[in-house]
Design a protein around this ligand. Sequence first.
Ligand code: ATP
Ligand code: MG
Ligand code: MG
Length: 551
Amino acid sequence: NMIIASNFIQNAIDEDLKNGKYSEGIHTRFPPEPNGYLHIGHAKSICLNFGLAKKNNGMCNLRFDDTNPTKEDVEYVDSIQDDVKWLGFTWDDRMFYASNYFDKLFECAMELIKAGKAYVCDLNAEQMRQYRGTLTEPGQDSPYRSRSIEENLDLFMRMQKGEFADGERVLRAKIDMAAPNINLRDPILYRISHTAHHRTGTTWCIYPMYDFAHPISDAVEGITHSICTLEFEDHRPLYDWLLESLGYDVAKRPRQIEFARLNITDTVMSKRKLRQLVEGGYVTGWDDPRMPTISGLRRRGYTPEAIRDFCDRIGVAKSNSLVDVAMLEHCVREDLNERADRIMAVLQPLKVVITNYPADECEYMMAENHPHKGGHRFVPFTREIYIEQEDFMEEAPKKFFRLKPGGEVRLKHAFIIKCEEVIKDTAGQIVELHCTYDVDTKSGSANSGRKVKGTLHWVSAKFAVPAEVHLYDYLLKTEENSVESTNFIDELNPNSLEIINTCMIEPSVAWTAPGTRYQFLRQGYFCVDKDSTKEHLVFNRIVGLRDSWAK
Ligand code: ATP
Ligand code: MG
Ligand code: MG
């Protein structure tokens, strides 16, 4: 399912290939800034860039867009590589850093200055804003715009040598202060920042702006299709101006194509906001299972296949939209339905004593692991078992097909039992049920055909192992889903994590490794948490069983 449905980007590629452009083949890149962990929105970009390369027999680079040292860190460089690999994509020897091109970028800046296409400007940020004009008013030329080439070369080299303080001067492109597109009103190319960089240390105290570094990085790497999100549409004329001004051949140079970024209901998506959640202690880290980060989804128990399938299904569009989170859940549910073994776990146990079953006896019931994949295990059955509290009702309505006084149910993989007596404590709380079993109704035996309406999951009280279970709800619950426009911290769901300490689980899973996924019968899909140990089992609910996605 890694093949991407035909879309407007593929059409553009087809057209370029038909016209004989890019004779050396298609080359894309995924260019994250290492200033945070990747999220599901990045997964869309990863699937798109790596997917298009694969589909067109081309290549895709992983490029760290590390030109802003104040927010970047190697921790993020490492996590990004882990996440891209986990999603199922490889880059072989094509991993690059924009910071590798700092020398090249400096040369390009010098070249623009020499061609009279860039100048050093001494306006401060506030003045620059005033000179820039507005959407309806043209801007005004900076008084420094007419500096001589010699003076610009001298000042720019002195900027690079560290003679000036942060913000004192910038290098700007000399384009057109009256251009209707504000991005063309002499945009900044280089700024001064006396900040150590996680790779180049203190070698540089001037750093290129994204809009300058990106087209040149693309051209250096031989990228043919530079795919980015819609907010860069208005930057495309600058992208093209720079490549043109630096003499890149129009038949070979990269072409920028924009697509709509992914937004999901009840989900915050920008790294800035996700960082706020981490640093504010609202979640346990970037990999908190409630986070929409790749590492959070992985820890929660999502499969890479489900995420890729989701990215394929949402497709690629030219206008922004909001995808229902139920669709993401649908994708993982569908994948896990095929993949996950079934087991029995009781989250809120109610003890049941089977009074006609011998006290010291134990028999092993054969239980299928999966409805059609085959495989089975043996589950111990004993006189005392646990069922789910909510599977018993004393005053039950007529349509309640679970256990009630005098009623019968089947215990999955075992026998039919009948509720004979309800035992309460002095406060009137139900503490246990006394039931009898029908020895002739053992599942799989010759006489197992007797039918009752309800089937319950259960565990042996003697052999079940305790486990901690984490149930999740959305981090955010907004009424209008306009999550990006509101102060989202105020809208955080206070009940996004429910910890259940009472869970009893069948002993077959006591030794399973972190990351293993199961369907707990009737409860949903669960994954062994990365901090789970044999002594203290912890399971994360990935998703419930009920599908709320309306197709
Ligand atoms: P954020 O605002 O979350 O920090 P970003 O665009 O600044 O996102 P980058 O690290 O620069 O993050 O992104 C790397 C690539 O992933 C870019 O090409 C960007 O367009 C793409 N990308 C980021 N967020 C999304 C999204 N929600 N949907 C699709 N693509 C995205
Ligand atoms: Mg970015
Ligand atoms: Mg960003």
